[in-house]
Design a protein around this ligand. Structure first.
Ligand SMILES: Nc1nc2c(c(=O)[nH]1)N[C@H]1C(S)=C(S)[C@@H](COP(=O)(O)O)O[C@H]1N2
Ligand SMILES: [Mo]
Length: 258
């Protein structure tokens, strides 16, 4: 806002609105200060609303004909961790998604139970920080209703996704596992799902079988594959190096909005 404009606004704002009201609508409308007051108020409201609603806007969705014939796989594509190999060998029969931490009712869900939850399908573009993009169709359980089933405690602020794969082989045994975290705005975004299907087929191993996160308003590294456990926390400082994710601990931004 320029200097004179700002002074005009302050003057108008300082004037008694009751007095202006009594002066009559015609004169009000004719008053440049009042018109300015209204439009400035509108500007501010619009800008404040954008700050809130931008995080809630939907990611673009595409048509079936846009689906990439060869969706690239990245990072871990064939985990060698023994627990994962055992689950895979049994066709993920024994797989359970654990939902715990700051929840009223911890959950342990089979794939059949996950498939029975409120679901969503979407055709979206995956953007990797490395500069490539692919379009795919994802189907999965909506994270919001799943969290409601577990009942988040009031202190819960983030969700930490614990994955089955070790991506950093140089890390000490038991460390170097992939993990990620998101806040509750993204958790309750309508396109945030735990996907068990890709392009109308069960999720392939290279894309995160049996379950991976889709958090469509953020870059690829936020989309945790091989998700074993969702933990509700008040703070993610105690995980890994404390930055909220495998790649965040190695310098990437925690919030990777697109
Ligand atoms: N568990 C796990 N999740 C992961 C990764 C990983 O290595 N391990 N790589 C991330 C990165 S950088 C990208 S771009 C996407 C790749 O998903 P895709 O293999 O389905 O393309 O997964 C993300 N999630
Ligand atoms: Mo990525």
């Amino acid at each position: 806002m320029s200097g004179p404009d700002r002074r005009g606004w302050l003057k108008a704002a300082g004037a008694s609105l009751a007095g202006l009201w009594l002066a009559g609508c015609d004169r009000l409308n004719a008053s440049p200060g009042f018109t300015r007051l209204l439009s400035t108020g509108e500007d501010l409201t619009r800008r404040a609303q954008r700050l809130v609603t931008d995080r809630k806007a939907l990611a673009r969705e595409f048509a079936p004909t846009d689906i990439s014939p060869d969706f690239k796989a990245n990072g871990s594509t064939d985990p060698r961790d023994p627990e994962y190999l055992a689950l895979k060998a049994a066709g993920f029969e024994g797989y359970r998604l654990v939902v715990d931490g700051l929840v009223e009712r911890p959950l342990s869900l089979s794939l059949a139970e996950l498939r029975a939850l409120p679901a969503r399908s979407q055709i979206t573009r995956h953007d990797c920080v490395e500069g490539w993009s692919s379009i795919g169709k994802w189907t999965g359980a909506r994270l919001g209703p799943l969290l409601d089933r577990a009942g988040l405690k009031p202190q819960a602020r983030y969700l930490v996704f614990h994955c089955a794969d070790t991506l950093d082989p140089s890390a000490p045994p038991g460390e170097g596992r992939y993990y990620e975290s998101i806040d509750l705005i993204d958790a309750y975004h309508p396109q945030t799902i735990l996907a068990y299907a890709m392009n109308d087929a069960p999720l392939p191993v290279k894309h995160g079988a049996p379950l991976r996160l889709r958090v469509e308003r953020q870059l690829g590294y936020k989309h945790a594959k091989y998700v074993m456990r969702v933990e509700a926390v008040d703070d993610f400082a105690r995980f890994g190096d404390g930055k909220g994710g495998f790649w965040e601990d190695r310098g990437y931004q925690w919030y990777a909005g697109i």
